[in-house]
Design a protein around this ligand. Structure first.
Ligand SMILES: [Zn+2]
Length: 532
């Protein structure tokens, strides 16, 4: 198979996704990561459209890139104007890059309905603009907008647009499924037609409106396209662009096209998560290849198979894309999951014998009472450790009391009201019993404060642990006992994050359970790292 060049447009097309707004610094950081990933072309933005992108191009020049070539984006000159006088084209030249991508119309309908000019003038706009940029010594990629729709409606005109771009000196003709509605077979037919009229290399740019962006991209590659455009995590307008995080491993691992090195592919998951972090979007756990759950095994049958033969339920080795397998613990688990997880945590559980079976029984019971361990692995670990013979808990609750009091600030006015929460707790550490009280902005916060107050005297390093997220879910009402509440707490010590769970008909008790698991988990880790 021919070599394929990867072209990333996360910073331009990707940023069109609802909710994404990259600062210049964000964009520079992403450029570095994309370069490390082995992307060949990075489209930085549209300098003619906004000052932020001009600033980006001024600053990106100072970064030395190892693999990638920066690309500036823009559109063909305006109708009935001269390329040399076009501010947008000049901005592309002024961006100081070696390569540019210029978008032009290749659909006759779009030319008459949207551009409102003649078909011939559009052809001149394409040719003039490309000639102008080529004369400046630039590598020029031509994005043939709406090519596939245009080809279906008026094949002759779509072909004329490509021929004009090729004749004007374009280095690559990128066929765009701008509206994202093409089917893989449409792509194959149109790519074949393009190949018949030109020997200039072809590219593919697809959108995901029919959830076919990746399939269409791969169909185009099979038909002979050599430049692939897409975005990290498939970010992009509407339903997104073609997702490079799936395309890259598909090309390399499935189609035998060595578009990145093994080491670069191994950074894929990290880069995917990094970009979502910068975009301020939660990484989708179910993303193929890079998702947290992409290689997770829940069913007992699968887990026992995976324990015997790793590849029995995975299509590729997760390590190749920088991901890792995960075994989930739930009531669907078999004994194998428990033993596998315990081994992962460095706890030895005999394959035969009652221990694993007892823990599984306990988990099944707890899950029927609203606990869930799939997203609360720290609680699961604490549960396993507590079941170990001779386990000594770093602290034990003797009792607690929480008072919530509502006061009216001004008796004459209905609001605002002030709510005060206070918690009193008694905990035992070793042989000592500590009795503390604390206030908080809510009952859980007050409990958290009081517990820390007691424990800090024994474990001062606990001060680094922070509660970063607190989620409450009301579970289905069961047998007249009232709603069961599940609390999930996410904690962090600035380096690591972990999640714990509690469940009860009482929200305070459920929160307490999750809170205790969180602190106990961290203290166990801390103790283990001190010993090793
Ligand atoms: Zn696009």
């Amino acid at each position: 198979m021919a070599q394929v060049q990867l072209y990333d447009t996360t910073l331009r097309d990707g940023a069109q996704r609802e909710g994404i707004s990259f600062s210049v610094t964000d964009k520079l950081d992403i450029v570095r990561r994309l370069d490390e990933l082995g992307i060949h072309f990075i489209e930085g933005g549209w300098p003619g459209s906004n000052p932020k992108d001009i600033e980006f191009f001024n600053r990106v020049r100072k970064i030395s890139l190892h693999n990638a070539i920066l690309v500036a984006f823009g559109s063909t000159r305006r109708p009935k104007a001269r390329a040399a006088n076009d501010a947008n084209l000049r901005a592309m030249v002024d961006a100081g890059v070696k390569a540019v991508t210029i978008v032009g119309k290749s659909s006759a309908l779009q030319v008459s309905q949207v551009l409102e000019t003649t078909l011939d003038e559009n052809i001149s706009m394409i040719a003039d603009s490309i000639r102008y940029l080529k004369a400046k010594g630039l590598t020029v990629f031509f994005d043939a907008e709406h090519f596939f729709d245009g080809y279906k409606a008026n094949a002759d005109y779509a072909r004329r647009c490509l021929a004009a771009a090729a004749e004007a000196g374009a280095d690559c003709l990128v066929l765009c499924d701008t509206n994202g509605g093409a089917m893989p077979n449409d792509i194959t037919i149109a790519v074949e037609a393009a190949k018949a009229i030109t020997s200039v290399p072809l590219g593919i740019h697809t959108h995901n409106d029919a959830e076919l962006a990746i399939a269409n991209t791969l169909a185009a590659v099979s038909a002979g396209v050599t430049q692939v455009q897409g975005t990290i995590n498939g970010y992009g307008e509407r339903c997104g662009n073609a997702n490079l995080c799936s395309i890259i491993p598909a090309l390399k691992l499935k189609m035998g096209i060595d578009c990145v090195t093994d080491a670069q592919l191994g950074r894929l998951t990290e880069v995917a998560h990094y970009v979502s972090e910068v975009a301020n979007l939660i990484p989708d756990p179910f993303s193929p290849y890079v998702g947290f759950s992409a290689f997770s095994h829940k069913g007992g049958l699968h887990v026992s198979a995976v324990a015997k033969w790793e590849n029995s339920y995975q299509h590729v080795d997760p390590a190749m894309v920088g991901n890792q397998p995960r075994v989930l613990v739930s009531e669907l688990s078999g004994k194998g999951n428990i033993i596998y997880k315990a081994r992962e945590l460095g706890i030895s559980l005999p394959e035969e014998g009652k221990e694993a079976k007892n823990i599984l029984e306990r988990i099944k019971w707890l899950e029927s009472h609203g606990f869930q361990y799939e997203n609360a692995e720290a609680s699961f670990e604490v549960l396993l450790r507590r079941a170990q013979p001779g386990y000594q808990s770093p602290f034990e609750l003797v009792d607690f009391m929480v008072v919530v009091e509502a006061r009216r600030r001004q008796p004459t006015r209905r609001s605002p009201e002030e709510t005060l929460s206070e918690a009193m707790i008694k905990v035992k550490v070793g042989t000592e019993i500590m009795h503390t009280a604390a206030e908080g902005n809510g009952p859980v916060n007050a409990l958290d404060q009081a517990l820390r107050k007691a424990l800090l005297q024994f474990y001062p390093s606990l001060a680094q642990v922070k509660l970063v997220d607190y989620k409450v879910r009301i579970l289905e009402e069961s047998g007249g006992t009232g709603s069961q509440v599940r609390v999930l707490i996410e904690s962090s010590d600035g380096v690591n994050e972990w999640r714990t769970v509690g469940s009860s008909a009482n929200i305070i008790e459920a929160s307490w359970m999750a809170l205790v698991d969180s602190l106990e988990y961290w203290l166990l880790k801390e103790k283990a790292s001190g010993e090793s």
